[in-house]
Design a protein around this ligand. Sequence first.
Ligand code: SF4
Length: 357
Amino acid sequence: MSYDYKEIVPYLLDWYDNNARILAWRENPKPYYIWISEIMLQQTRVEAVKGYFDRFITALPNIKALAEADEERLLKLWEGLGYYNRVRNLQKAAMQVSDLYDGELPTEYEKLMKLPGIGSYTAGAISSIAFGYPVPVVDGNVLRVTKRLAGSFDDIKKDKVKKELWQNLLPIIPLDRPGDFNQALMELGAMVCLPNGKPLCDKCPVMHLCKAFHEDTIDRIPVKTAPKERRKEERTILLMEYRNKFAIHKRSIKGLLAGLWELPGLEGKLNPKELRQHLHSMGYNPAEIIPMGEAKHIFSHVEWHMSGYNIKFEDEPLQPEVQDFVGKWAGRDEIIDIYSMPNAFSAFTTALREQIG
Ligand code: SF4
């Protein structure tokens, strides 16, 4: 028998009124702010997003500024958030909004869904929170809370399950507070109905309506099919240094970390002797090769297992034109202020900042 979510509405809204966190995009729910915050929140926790959000909207305060931003600046503003396609899509969508809608986000869910990088979740959030349309938002928090409430063992990784939930929530969204209802469900998931079997049920406003609580199945819900195992890649990452300049390289415009700057790297984990030989074979003559330790970075489908080395040159190394290995020799300030370097390299760029800072 399906669960009647209508019953939770008053308890949930009352709890939200008294417990919602104060967030910049809630205090001033302009459509642009809701959009930027929701895209940032897709893979990042609220606490971490706050600083990025303030920085982003200070630098690019409206859709016009976003549409016209220089790509290097845009990527730099996104540095640390990862998933850089999201910010590229933000800009593409901002350009379309400027062309098609005179610089104002459309209010309807269906029109929002047609913009680059906006799926059902983001369209629902903008439409309901910024414009007051009664459209559900189904994210990981909402799935967890609702499946526990219903005591349901549905697999929340399945699109069919997400779509069904969207349909079930649609008729029960309160017409006078659709945005608050959606935010309340997400907030309950983030603050009380926590993942990994450790929800704070004694603080939950809908405990009396929760089947998983009463049937003692909380630690088995939600059900998620195991993700595919990630491919493991070994890499050797080089912090190449010559007269206070450091080599950086622009990645291909396709594939992982497309078009972003990186520290030059080689496939496989090389030991210092192998690395020296390899560099010689490329025409480089390093004065020193200093191990910088190991690091791991996890992407959605791949893991990088890296060994890092600081390579110091006394003689001028090869110029960038000679080969594609080094794209540019950049100073500390340029790397910090201009070129966006993905988090994958942070173990070695932190060393760079400390070393030359
Ligand atoms: Fe989640 Fe516990 Fe509330 Fe049920 S009672 S919705 S498991 S926090």
